[in-house]
Each structure stands twice: as C-alpha cells, then as structure tokens.
Design a protein around this ligand. Sequence first.
Ligand code: BDP
Length: 599
Amino acid sequence: MLYPQQNDRRNLLNLSGFWDFKLDPDEIGASDGWSMGLDAPRTIAVPGSWNEQFEDAYHYLGMAWYLRDDVYVPSAWQGQRVMLRVGSVNYYAQLWANGQIVGEHVGGHLPFAFDITDHIKWGEANTIAVQVENHLQPNRIPAGNLPSAGGLGGSPLGGGYPSATFDFYPFAGIHRPVILYSVPQAHIEDVTVVTEIEGTTGIVSVTAQQVGDIARGTISLVGDSVVATAELSFADGMAQARLQVPNANLWSMDSPYLYDLVITLQDGGLVVDRYSLEIGIRTIAVRGTQLLLNGEPVYLKGFGRHEDFYASGRGLNQPLIVKDYSLMKWVGANSYRTSHYPYSEEEMRMADREGMLIIDEIPAVSLNFFGSENDVATRLAMCKQQLEELVVRDKNHPSVIMWSVANEPFGGMIARMINPNIPENYNETGHNFLGQLIDLAHHLDATRPATLVGIMGGPAEWLDLADVILINRYYGWYMQTGRIHEGEKGLEQELDSLAEFNKPLIMSEFGADAMAGMHSIPAQVFTEDYQRDLIKMYLDVTAKHDFVIGMHIWNFADFQATQSISRVGGMNLKGVFTRARQPKMAAYLLRERWNSQGQ
Ligand code: BDP
C-alpha cells in the first residue's frame, strides 16, 4: 500500500474538497440508485467527520453517501492503470464508479485502493460515490453496543451514549483524502526497506515487488548527493538489493536525517516506472531492560494522543498536525503512541521528519474475549487484518519503533464487571488471542518489538507476551481518588513487582481530568493543580526505577468522548492542553522537567 505520488511516470488527483452528502437511515441508497446522484444533497467537506459538521448528524452512526459527479480523468492518463484510493473511512466503505461497485473495505483508520480503469468514461465527467456505514457492533474492532455493557453503568467503556466500548467519540465518515492516481501498466507495487548499522556503515536492504514482467530496475539512495546505487533483477515480480552507505548519516531523534530512495523499473534505456520514498537509517532493539535506538538507550517522553479537533472531528487536519508537533516539542516530548488506532499517513511522514518515536497501534481497544468461539474468532480475524494492513502501510517509517496490538484488553476487575460469571478459561482465551497477535507482528516484521497495553488489574501473564511492557495506570485517579500520596504507595508497590519481568517498561497512560481554569488549595480532583501534582508524582516515582524507559501522559489534549456521568460535556479532560491547544499547568511542569532534567 504505497503512498501515491506524482512524478514523471505517475499521476495523482486529490479529490478532497466539497462533496454531495446524504444520510441513508433506511439503507435504501444502493437499491435506489444513489450511486449515480443524490436527491437534495447537502455539502460536506472531505476529509472530515460528518458528526462535527452537522449538528443533526452528531449522533448519527448509520449509513451515509458521499458523491461527486464532476470527476474528469485527465486524458493523458489513458493507457495507465487508474486507482481510486481512500486514506480511511470509518467503519465500512463501499466505493462506486459510474454506478458500479468497485470494492469495499472494513475497518477505520487504514487506506484502501481499487483499480477503476475499466469503469472510466474518458472525455466526460465520472461519478464517484462512497457509501459509508458506522454502526457500533459487539464484534467490530473496536466494539460497541456490547450486550452486557450495562454492567459498566455510565462508564465511558460502555453503557455511555453512544454505547462505544471505548473512551473516544466514534466519529464517522471519510476521514482522510480520496485520491485518484495512475500507475504504468507494469509498476512498482510494494517496497520494503530494512536498515542495519555496521560500524559507521549503514546497510540498506530493499525488496521491491512489481506488477508486470519487467526484468530490470535500479535503486539509488540520494542524500546530499547520490550515495549508493544498485541494479535490480526481477524474478517472479520480486527483486532484492543491499546498499552500503559508508559514514552513514543515521536517523535519530536529534538528527532525523532522511535519504531519498529512488526505485525504477527499466525496459532497455526506458524508465517504465519510478517510485521514491524517504528512509532513515537506524536500528531499534530491546536489550535486557533497555530499548536501544542505534545501539543507544532511549527514554520516551510523550503522550497518548487522539486525532480529534473541532469541526474536523477525526478528519485529517494538517495545520493541526504541525501545531501539535510544535507543542509536543515545546514541552520536550520525543514520542507518542497512536492511541487507539493508526494515525494518518501524513502524520507518520511528519514523525519521520521531526524525529518522533512512534508506538503504532491497531484499533484493538478494550477487547473482550466473551461470547462463542465464533465471536472470538471473528474479532481475532479482524485484528489480524488490521495489523497486516498497518504493517504494510507503515513498515518503512524510521519513526515507527514498535507495534502495539491491543490497548487494555479487558481482564481482571473490568472483565468481571461486564460479566460476573467470567468463564473459567477466560484468561487463557485472552492469552491465546493476544499471543497470536504478537506472533503475527513478529512474523510480519522481525525488526521491531511488539507490545500490548495492559489494563490496571489485568492478568500478568498477558503482559509477559510483550517485548516491552506497556501499562496504563490510574493510581490517584480511578483508584485512591483525591489521594495522590496513597496512589503513590500503590504505584511504588506495583513497580516493585513488575521488576520481575526483567523487561523494559513504559507507563503508557497515567493522568487526571482537569477542567482548564479550575484551581484549588489543597489540590482537588478536576483542578489543574491536582493534575499537575499527580503527573509530578508519577514522574518522580518512576524515575527511581531503571527498567522504566518511558512515560506517556494520558493525554496530550482534551478530546471528545461519549456522554457519561464521568465525562463533563462529553469530554475526556485529561489533556495537558485543552482541545483548543491551550496549556494547563501540567504543560509547564513537563516543559520544565523534560527540557532540563531529561525525565
Ligand atoms: C484508559 C483508556 C483510555 C481512556 C483512559 C481514561 O486506555 O482510552 O481514555 O483510560 O479513562 O482506560 O481517561
């Protein structure tokens, strides 16, 4: 799933902008010919969530149609393959071209593309329609409307409104750009880059896959000048090459140097196809209780985040990406987790450029292992599909240092709250499920560690599946509420017991809701003072444990969640910045700590 690009052999047309839009609550659009035109449509911006654009559709989570009937495909593209690609649709999408279905995709947050060459009308306007559906269902990833979620009362983990089994708003719609692009008949289909370091030499191993039967190609690595080249010789559509880069300029947080890797297919002297991508030469590895970047231990300072903003909802918002990066740098952060789903491809490119270390997560948030064997198998298959799609999409980003296959799979207390008669083999079923995902991550990518994020009170044996242990902890918030000092004791005790794993550990979530502008002496819950003091306590306690190699505060910014009795105005207020990106007191604390002391 290469990111589309424009060059002398490839073309692209970005169809982002205003589209016709119509809700289809009775789901009659497909049979009533909506794919060729919408009756009395309204105008919607693509990308963007429909919920934030229309107040009457805020809580609408059903079927809807997007349509453009003015799409001319440039005549110069004739003879090439033309693809229709969408960066992400939440949750299910069916694509139509001139009244014909050209493909469908299940699962939000990941791109998909279909060949529409045979459906194109040259020399006239084409009609492109995208049918989107976002029902919350128990067997979807992530799930909603769990039959037993009533047990969670007004909790944001279920039983809130809408009844998503996760703590963020289930925004719906076309969330990333719709792109029409063309590639030559014989073209580069995929590229995999793996880098190693031997002394001061960088080793860049490239595997190229083509569609077509061109025998030869080239790769060249370009820095300030061309630094290495090799011939590619294809057999069964595949070719490999290994480049040596003496005195390599390594990719790191402080100096995120990117080389351009240019790959061509060549027929005689003719360049048939060309594709280039930015790559970084770096290694990532776990050794004992350390995480090593280019052989050096790293300490992660940063956040769990969300793609969330006013008006754009979960839609790609590029100025916001730039703004968030500048604020993350302002506080001295060097990393974040794409909680709780893959972020946009544009954002991953930004991370490469800015030297951010990314823990890349699939949307397996709040998994449960209840239900029939069939139910569990359905969820597992969906998780596997999303993991495969994610690795294919993000494998070449130097910024991606780890795959996260799940956030807070329900175990322990929460599992018992959903279902008091927890089946005897529940932990085993969960262990097997999560183990399969970790194995798959290793199989898909042997170069990066894999992890899962443990919930408070969850089974320890689940955590042990991870190469790097990630835990979310809410001492002093959901437990010992209002008593930071008592929370501190709980945290210390648990950290002592976690040392036994002898693995690196990242505190992947901790924090407190704070209503911006609310203060108190002594610090009380929901004040900025309490949030700051609680975060400081966590930073101080964990700094005493060498195996803790990272602190990710929950959350970078306040974000829209579902309505429940613990979410004021439907917002999760654990941001150290407000949703409008203004700092709370905790942001100043972090700026001081992370820029000076390092931890
Ligand atoms: C954790 C979840 C996260 C929530 C957070 C919270 O991983 O999605 O938003 O707690 O409650 O359970 O704020």
